[in-house]
Design a protein around this ligand. Structure first.
Ligand SMILES: Cc1cc2nc3c(=O)[nH]c(=O)nc-3n(C[C@H](O)[C@H](O)[C@H](O)COP(=O)(O)O)c2cc1C
Length: 175
């Protein structure tokens, strides 16, 4: 199929199972480039990333949140998405765009990824964000958004089709 962006968007699905295979540095770099070039409000560029490949640390990241962080257990790589909340009052939006861009480039490079939410999520002892901040030594002024778990796909998921596009969500003119 000829490359076009819409095909890529339809093909991207959350992938939560990965092969036990290291991701080459140049592939990770391309994914980071997408996050680093993503647009930010007032061009403030508050978004930063922490790349984690160490197995023990990945396990610690998984334990930061009780539900929905299981993919981190087997992922060969995770990119933690944080942003300097003193640089931008809309860092959540900036960081979300960066994370989405990285997921699309990961798909384009044949990798699987999933967004693991950390902001406003919990573990049995409290805040997932707070625990993540402690594990990775992230300064207090940085907001923690999510972790993108990455790896070579070890599950097949169907791409979206036109049937999944719900035009009932679209209002023309007024609501
Ligand atoms: C803001 C946000 C938070 C998410 N949090 C998690 C999460 O913590 N764990 C997880 O496994 N998937 C998480 N996901 C992935 C969604 O479950 C997934 O995108 C959704 O079910 C649609 O499936 P798709 O990505 O295959 O299109 C999150 C996605 C978004 C956008």
């Amino acid at each position: 199929m000829e490359f076009n962006l819409m095909n890529l968007i339809m093909k991207r699905r959350s992938i939560r199972k990965y092969k036990d295979e290291k991701i080459p540095g140049e592939v990770i770099q391309k994914i980071l480039n997408a996050g680093l070039i993503a647009p930010t409000s007032k061009n403030k560029k508050p978004v930063e990333f922490i790349v984690v490949e160490d197995k023990d640390t990945l396990l610690k990241l998984k334990r930061c949140k009780t539900h929905g962080a299981e993919p981190l257990e087997k992922a060969p790589c995770a990119i933690v998405v944080i942003a300097d909340s003193e640089k931008s009052d809309v860092w959540v939006e900036d960081a979300s765009i960066a994370a989405s861009y990285m997921q699309l480039v990961a798909e384009d490079l044949g990798m699987g990824s999933v967004w693991i939410q950390m902001r406003k999520r919990f573990n049995d002892n409290g805040d997932a964000e707070k625990e993540l901040r402690r594990v990775l030594n992230i300064p207090e002024k940085y907001g923690v958004l999510c972790i993108i778990a990455l790896g070579y796909k070890n599950e097949n998921r169907n791409p979206y089709s036109e049937n999944d596009i719900d035009m009932n969500k679209v209002h023309f003119g007024v609501f």
